[in-house]
Design a protein around this ligand. Structure first.
Ligand SMILES: [Zn+2]
Ligand SMILES: [Zn+2]
Length: 243
């Protein structure tokens, strides 16, 4: 089940467009525990230098990203140690980005990860049921269909705080994911109290995506999808430029 955290990370898309005040938080950051470049400590330094108030580390849970069976407990320990050091400067949360492994919203993560995570992004990565094939090998209409079914499952999940990069996998590897299907996913997520991530890697121009979320009364979360040193806080900068 979702945990409550002491930072107002859920943002009304409508209020964001009306007030034009971008919360200084970034809830999608990777480190060198998986495919990011920065260490946990370097992320803290960069986030504080950028002027962020809160961050969530959202490490990938697919087992091939880190073959050390101890990695998750080390990751949690390192975040806890650093957030104690920097507690007067920034809030930081332990999170995961877990892939859907069925069309019913089940996630690929261990019990240890669910227990340890304070923030959970659910993602459509390699779609359920395509074992042995890559997303890039799918026909366009097949990719759209599978992305949609995967996202619909996530939109009903009581486990996740927010759906990462809606349409991103289909758009990156096959064909743009249709807006009317994004809207259907957002509508279902709203009914189930699941938030929608706004992501500068996949949702440009951000303004259109945020407007769609506002029309459906959705809560959004901000996530840079940061994998390097200079993209921490990018979502805050980009939204500020666009709204
Ligand atoms: Zn992802
Ligand atoms: Zn990610």
């Amino acid at each position: 089940m979702k945990k409550s955290i002491d930072y107002p990370y859920l943002i009304s898309a409508k209020e964001l467009l009306e007030n034009k005040v971008v919360p200084r938080c970034d809830f999608h950051i990777h480190t060198n525990y998986t495919d990011g470049k920065a260490t946990v400590g370097q992320v803290f330094e960069k986030a504080i230098a950028f002027g962020l108030e809160a961050i969530a580390f959202t490490e990938h849970t697919e087992p091939w990203h880190n073959l050390n069976p101890e990695w998750f407990s080390e990751y949690c320990k390192e975040i806890r140690e650093n957030r104690e050091i920097y507690k007067d400067k920034i809030k930081a949360y332990i999170g995961i980005e877990a892939p859907a492994i069925s069309f019913e919203g089940e996630l690929g993560a261990t019990k240890e990860m669910f227990d340890g995570a304070e923030f959970i992004l659910g993602a459509a990565h390699r779609y359920p049921g395509i074992e042995g094939r890559k997303v890039s090998e799918l026909k366009n209409n097949e990719a759209i269909d599978l992305e949609f079914k995967t996202l619909i499952g996530l939109a009903t999940s009581p486990l996740i705080n927010s759906i990462a990069h809606i349409g991103g996998t289909c758009s990156k590897y096959c064909t743009p994911f249709p807006t009317h299907l994004i809207r259907e996913v957002v509508q279902l997520a709203v009914k189930n109290n699941v938030a929608i991530e706004v992501n500068p890697v996949y949702h440009m121009p951000l303004r259109n995506f945020i407007e769609l979320c506002a029309e459906e009364n959705a809560n959004i979360t901000l996530g840079s999808n940061a994998h390097g040193f200079n993209d921490i806080g990018l979502i805050v900068k980009r939204i500020g430029e666009e709204i």
